[in-house]
Ligand binder design. Structure first.
Ligand code: ZN
Length: 694
C-alpha cells in the first residue's frame, strides 16, 4: 500500500500532481496504525536511553505529522468537496493518536528517568529541552493523574472542546441572523463602490435577486468586511448606531447567549488547573509561554498603557474636532469612531490603493526580499525548476549557505485561487530538519517551508501588483519561513519553528516586517513597474507615517483585551461577574468607555474558542521582542552595511538557528545581551514623549 500511495511514497519532494483526495484517508489509517504499533512496542520496552527512547518517538510522531501536514496543506491550497470530506473523516483519528501519545504513562516514566539520569546535565541543549518539553506537555495533558482524576480531566477536556464549538457556533449564528436591508439611496450615502457591491451581493445571497450596487437593495451584515465598511463609510449616523449596537450584543441573549457558556468555560478551566496543581488557568497557560508570569505581563501592559493614554486621548480629540468641523453637533459616540478615523486617515495620508500598487510588483518585491535576506544572513536563494508542484504558479527555491551547501527548501504559492485555496497569507512546513528522519544515504533531512499568499494574479501585460500591506505580510510570512529553514538544530522536536513558545513565535516574522518601514529598504523596494522610477518622497513618507496612525488608541484597545483576559483567568470564578469585570477594566483604560450594554465578551472567540486563553497578551509581547530585536540593528547602524551584516549574522545564529532548542528568553538574551525592553516598541509606535510633538 505504502509503495503506491503518493502521499506517503516520497523522500525529498512529494509528487504533488499525483496526490488526490482518495489518498488521504488510507494514508492516515496506515501511518497511524504503524505508529501506534511502534508506540505500543516502545511502551513495552520502555528504554531509558535517549537513543532508545527519543529516536523512535521522533520517528513515529514525525510519520503521522508529515502525512497529516501534507494533507492539511492540500486541504488549504487544493480544497474540494472530496478533500473536505476525507479530511474531516481522518481528523478524529489524528487527534486520538496524539492524545494517546501525550498520555502514555510508560513514555512519561521513561522521560522522567532520562531527566533524572546523571547524563542529563551533560546532554546538549536541544536534547535537554526535548525531554523537558515532552514531560511538560504530558503533565499538562494529565498523564500524572490518578485514574479517577484522569477520567475527570479527560471528561472536562471533552466538555471544554464542546463548549468552545458551541461558543463559535453561537457567534456565527448570531452574526448570520442579523441583516439590515436598505432600499433608499440616502441610507447608503458615503459607501464607496466596492462596499456597495459587497452590500448588493449580500442582498442577493439573502434572496433579493434583483439587487445591484447602483440601485439596491443593499444588505449590511455583521460579517467583518460588511460591518467594517459600513462603520467606516456610512454617513447616516443613526444607521451606524443601529448596526453598531447589533454588533456589540452579538451572541448575548436568547438561545444564542454565550454568557452562560463563558461562566462554564471559566469554571472548568479553573477546576482543570486545580487538578493539575496550579492556582489558576493563567498559570497553566503560561507554562507553555515565554513570559515569566502574570505580574511581569501586567507590568508590561501597564507600561504600554501609560505611554498610550495621552496619545489615545489626543486621537479622540482629533476625531471630535474633525466631526465638529463637518457639522456633527454631538460628542463622539462609539459608532462614530471608525467613521471619523477613516475620514482623518484619508485627509492625512490619502494613500489610495491605485497610487501604491504600481510601485510594488510581486517579482521585484520578491527579488528585493531575497536580496535583503541574502545580505543579512549570508545565504543564497535560488529557484529550482523541475520540482513537482500543486499548481503551475507555484515555484520551488533552494536555500544555500555561504559555502554553497544546500540547507533548506521553500515552496512559494503567491496568487489567490478562491475556488480552491483559503484566504490570507500563511507559512507552513512540509518537513523539519532532523537526523533521525534523514532520507536514505543522507546525514540529515533538510527543512522545507511553504509560503502561501493571496496576491492578485498577473494580468495582461502587468505583473501582480501588491498593496503595501501585502508587502509587509509577505515579509512577515517569510520571517516564519526563515526561522524554520535556517535552523541548525538536528532534533526534530525542537528544530526550526517546532516548539517555539506561542508568545515568542512571532518574533522572527514581525522582525522581518520592520524592514518594510526602514526608509532605505523601502525606497529600494518601491519602483514603478513600468518606468522603474522610485516612489516620490512625499508618498514614501506618508507610507511610513501611516504606521503610527492612531497607535495610542490601538495599543490601549489591545491592552484592555489582554488585561481582561488575564483578569478572567486569574480570578476565582465563584462570584465573578465576567461582564462587570470587562466593563470595569475598559472604563479604567479607554478614553471612550464602552456602552453599559456592550457584550463584546460574548464574541471574544480568541480566548473562549481559540488558543489565546490567558494568552491574548502574546500579540503585544511578541511586538516588544521584534521591535527590540530590530532596535539592535538600529543601534549598530542600519545604514552601515558591515554593521548590519554583523548584527544579521548574530540574529541568524541565535533566534533563527536555535528555534525551539532553548528557552526563548535565553535565546533573546544571547542575541540582545539582555532581556527585552518595551521602549523600542513604544518608540516604533511613536508613543514616547520625544516624538509626540510631530
Ligand atoms: Zn505570524
Amino acid at each position: 500500500m505504502h509503495e503506491t500511495n503518493p502521499l506517503l511514497n516520497w523522500e525529498l519532494y512529494p509528487d504533488f500532481p499525483s496526490i488526490g483526495a482518495e489518498h488521504v484517508a488510507v494514508a492516515m489509517q496506515e501511518v497511524i496504525a504503524q505508529s501506534s504499533a511502534e508506540l505500543l512496542a516502545l511502551e513495552q520496552a520502555a528504554p531509558r536511553t535517549w537513543h532508545g527512547l527519543l529516536a523512535p518517538l521522533e520517528r513515529l510522531t514525525d510519520r503521522v505529522s508529515r502525512a497529516w501536514g501534507l494533507a492539511t496543506h492540500l486541504h488549504n491550497v487544493k480544497n474540494s468537496p472530496a478533500m473536505r470530506k476525507v479530511y474531516a473523516q481522518s481528523q478524529p483519528l489524528v487527534v486520538e493518536f496524539y492524545n494517546r501519545l501525550g498520555q502514555s504513562r510508560p513514555v512519561y516514566d521513561a522521560l522522567i528517568a532520562l531527566r533524572e539520569s546523571p547524563q542529563f546535565e551533560s546532554s546538549s541543549h536541544a536534547l535537554r529541552r526535548t525531554i523537558t518539553l515532552l514531560i511538560r506537555d504530558a503533565t499538562l495533558q494529565g498523564v500524572g493523574l490518578s485514574p479517577e482524576k484522569r477520567e475527570r480531566f479527560n471528561a472536562m477536556s471533552q466538555q471544554l472542546a464542546e463548549l468552545s464549538t458551541r461558543f463559535t457556533n453561537n457567534v456565527l449564528d448570531a452574526t448570520q441572523a442579523y441583516a439590515l436591508t436598505l432600499t433608499e439611496k440616502d441610507q447608503v450615502a458615503g459607501l464607496p463602490e466596492d462596499s456597495l457591491r459587497l452590500a448588493a451581493n449580500m442582498a442577493r445571497t439573502r434572496g433579493q435577486a434583483e439587487a445591484t450596487a447602483e440601485g439596491g437593495p443593499w444588505c449590511v451584515t455583521l460579517d467583518l468586511p460588511s460591518f467594517l465598511s459600513f462603520m467606516q463609510h456610512a454617513s447616516r449616523r443613526d444607521l451606524r448606531e443601529e448596526v453598531y449596537r447589533a454588533y456589540i450584543t452579538r451572541a448575548a441573549s436568547g438561545e444564542r447567549d454565550n454568557l452562560p457558556l463563558i461562566r462554564s468555560i471559566l469554571e472548568l478551566r479553573r477546576e482543570l488547573a486545580a487538578l493539575l496543581g496550579y492556582e489558576n488557568f493563567a498559570a497553566v497557560s503560561l507554562e507553555r509561554k515565554m513570559a515569566p508570569g502574570v505580574d511581569g505581563i501586567e507590568g508590561l501592559l501597564r507600561t504600554i498603557q501609560d505611554a498610550a493614554t495621552d496619545p489615545a486621548l489626543n486621537d479622540l480629540i482629533d476625531l471630535g474636532d474633525l466631526a465638529r468641523t463637518h457639522g456633527q453637533a454631538e460628542d463622539i459616540a462609539p459608532w462614530d469612531v471608525m467613521y471619523w478615523a477613516e475620514r482623518l486617515r484619508e485627509q492625512r495620508f490619502g494613500l489610495r490603493d491605485e497610487l501604491i500598487r504600481p510601485y510594488f510588483p510581486l517579482p521585484a518585491i520578491l527579488k528585493g526580499l531575497f536580496d535583503l535576506v541574502e545580505d543579512l544572513f549570508e545565504v543564497r536563494i535560488e529557484t529550482r525548476p523541475g520540482v513537482p508542484v500543486w499548481h503551475p504558479d507555484v515555484s520551488y527555491c533552494t536555500v544555500k549557505n555561504r559555502e554553497g551547501v544546500e540547507i533548506a527548501g521553500l515552496y512559494l504559492d503567491p496568487y489567490a485561487r478562491p475556488e480552491e485555496k483559503r484566504g490570507g497569507a500563511w507559512m507552513d512546513e512540509l518537513c523539519g530538519r532532523s537526523t533521525v528522519c534523514a532520507p536514505s544515504g543522507r546525514p540529515v533531512r533538510l527543512p522545507v517551508a511553504y509560503v502561501n499568499c493571496n496576491q492578485r494574479p498577473a494580468m495582461d501585460d502587468a505583473p501582480s501588483l501588491m498593496s503595501f500591506q501585502e508587502v509587509t505580510t509577505l515579509f512577515h510570512e517569510f520571517g516564519h519561513a526563515l526561522q524554520h529553514m535556517l535552523t541548525t538544530v538536528d532534533h526534530g522536536f525542537v528544530a526550526g519553528i517546532s516548539n517555539v513558545e506561542w508568545d515568542a513565535v512571532e518574533l522572527a516574522s514581525q522582525f522581518m516586517e520592520n524592514w518594510c518601514y526602514h526608509p532605505g529598504t523601502l525606497s529600494g523596494l518601491a519602483r514603478h513597474y513600468q518606468t522603474g522610477e522610485p516612489m516620490d518622497d512625499g508618498l514614501l513618507r506618508k507610507l511610513l507615517e501611516a504606521r503610527t496612525f492612531r497607535a495610542g488608541s490601538n495599543a490601549l484597545r489591545q491592552v484592555c483585551f489582554a488585561l481582561t483576559d488575564l483578569a478572567l483567568h486569574t480570578a476565582d470564578p465563584d462570584g465573578l461577574d465576567p461582564t462587570e469585570t470587562a466593563q470595569r477594566i475598559a472604563r479604567e483604560i479607554l478614553p471612550l468607555p464602552p456602552l453599559p450594554e456592550d457584550r463584546f465578551l460574548c464574541s471574544f472567540s480568541h480566548i473562549f474558542a481559540g488558543g489565546y486563553a490567558a494568552g491574548y497578551y502574546s500579540y503585544k509581547w511578541a511586538e516588544v521582542l521584534s521591535a527590540d530585536a530590530f532596535g539592535a540593528f538600529e543601534e549598530a547602524g542600519l545604514e552601515d552595511p558591515a554593521c548590519r551584516r554583523k548584527t544579521g549574522q548574530r540574529f541568524r545564529d541565535t533566534v533563527l538557528a536555535l528555534g525551539g532548542s532553548r528557552h526563548p528568553m535565553e535565546i533573546f538574551r544571547l542575541f540582545r545581551g539582555r532581556e527585552p525592553d518595551p521602549h523600542a516598541l513604544l518608540r516604533q509606535e511613536g508613543l514616547l514623549p520625544e516624538n509626540k510633538e510631530n
